[in-house]
Design a protein around this ligand. Structure first.
Ligand code: NAD
Ligand code: DAU
Length: 347
């Protein structure tokens, strides 16, 4: 038995692969294009593990995916591969349409035409709560039947991919599962996203950019808890079903950044005795910025017995500790040095 993971060199994918090997002997094939967001250093600890195989390539490359399916005969495909950063989707939406929509379509096609599928086979598509759009302050949290109403090119491209995945269940009987998760944080997150960006900038004495008034709300989930939710969906989810995954931790961006700052104040006080929060700087808002996300996880809790283990406090402390203990990882990413290996390897 083998699982084929796509986008496994990114933030959530690499956490998933590491978590998987901590609890399974089942081999993993990791197909990743190694865009700017893919970093094989995340998986250095398993690089020579006989259970692990890395293949550099595009989920949109039909021939490659068809070959990998034939060679590895996976019992599941877990699709993490995506362009994932909202700000980049605003400045350059094309790549989002290409990877998230066309790429997912081609991956589905390759799986549909592969004749080696067993009855146990599953296609798990990893998606986002952003497909549901934005909430008013008193609205109930997003459930699996909430209206799909994406507001950014990123979330629109993810919503389109979710629709395609769903259609392959109804039209072709492909046993698909979809998960829609809230904001993740934890080790190996690319420092363009709020949490690692603020940790890095704080330590570098730079501004911590707060978009607009900073009162936008996100529902934070520790990445390890997302990984356990995905394993639950893969093991026990019903084909054709959607599962929402959230942390139950609604925080304004101001609260989130302040939590990071107070943890840093405790762990690595500034030399001048000032507080890291003094570095918070209000900047121009993100166009089309969703005001509030909140996810109702009742279905996955009730039907699959999943619940998160980290609280907001414990998860953020753990995360700040990880970035403090792995400053070379962030340095390699922010300096661009992590790309050198890719350039040399694939010259
Ligand atoms: P990421 O940007 O850190 O990683 C994406 C990975 O996909 C990278 O390794 C990249 O090289 C790879 N990739 C990109 N295009 C590819 C292609 N055409 N073929 C093969 N590989 C390709 O993203 P992430 O934050 O780890 O998110 C993973 C998935 O989870 C995405 O689908 C995202 O929409 C979803 N998601 C993310 C969050 C979050 O908070 N980060 C929350 C919910 C859902
Ligand atoms: O909700 C799930 C989504 O969470 C995932 O689908 C996306 O892939 C992931 O990137 C994330 O999207 P967000 O846009 O919510 O994450 P980001 O870290 O970019 O921003 C979090 C919030 O912080 C958001 O309200 C924008 C704000 N922000 C972000 C950055 C980078 C700032 O105020 N300043 C910043 O510098």
């Amino acid at each position: 038995m083998t699982i084929l993971v796509t986008g496994g060199a990114g933030f959530i994918g690499s956490n998933f692969v590491l978590d998987w090997f901590a609890g399974h002997d089942e081999p993993v094939v990791n197909l990743d294009l190694l865009t700017y967001a893919g970093n094989l250093q995340n998986l250095q600890s398993v690089a020579t593990d006989p259970r692990y195989r890395f293949v550099r390539g595009d989920i949109g490359d039909n021939d490659l995916v068809a070959r990998l399916l034939r060679e590895s005969a996976p019992r599941a495909v877990i699709n993490f591969a995506a362009e994932s950063h909202v700000d980049r989707s605003i400045t350059g939406p094309e790549a989002f349409v290409q990877t998230n929509m066309v790429g997912t379509f081609r991956l589905l096609e390759a799986v549909r035409h592969w004749d080696g599928r067993t009855p146990e086979f599953r296609f798990l598509h990893v998606s986002t709560d952003e497909v549901y759009g934005t909430l008013e302050p008193d609205d109930p949290a997003f459930s699996e039947v909430s209206r799909i109403a994406p507001n950014s090119p990123y979330s629109a491209s993810k919503a389109a991919s979710d629709h395609l995945v769903r259609s392959y269940f109804h039209t072709y009987d492909l046993p698909v599962l979809i998960s829609n998760c809230s904001n993740n944080y934890g080790p190996f997150q690319f420092p363009e996203k709020l949490v690692p960006l603020c940790i890095h900038n704080a330590l570098a004495g730079k501004a911590l950019p707060i978009y607009g008034d900073g009162l936008q709300i996100r529902d934070w989930l520790y990445v390890g808890d997302h990984c356990s939710a995905l394993r639950a969906v893969l093991d026990r989810g019903l084909p054709g079903e959607v599962y929402n995954v959230g942390g139950g931790n609604e925080k304004t961006n101001l609260d989130t950044v302040r939590t990071i700052c107070t943890t840093l104040d405790k762990e690595v006080p500034r030399d001048d005795g000032a507080h890291y929060a003094d570095q918070m700087t209000f900047v121009r808002d993100r166009p089309g910025h969703d005001r509030r996300y909140a996810v109702n996880s009742a279905k996955i809790q009730r039907e699959l017995g999943w619940s998160p283990t980290e609280s907001f406090q414990s998860g953020f402390e753990k995360t700040v500790q990880w970035y403090l203990s792995n400053r070379d990882w962030t340095d390699q990413v922010t300096s661009g040095a992590y790309r050198d290996w890719v350039e040399a390897q694939y010259a």
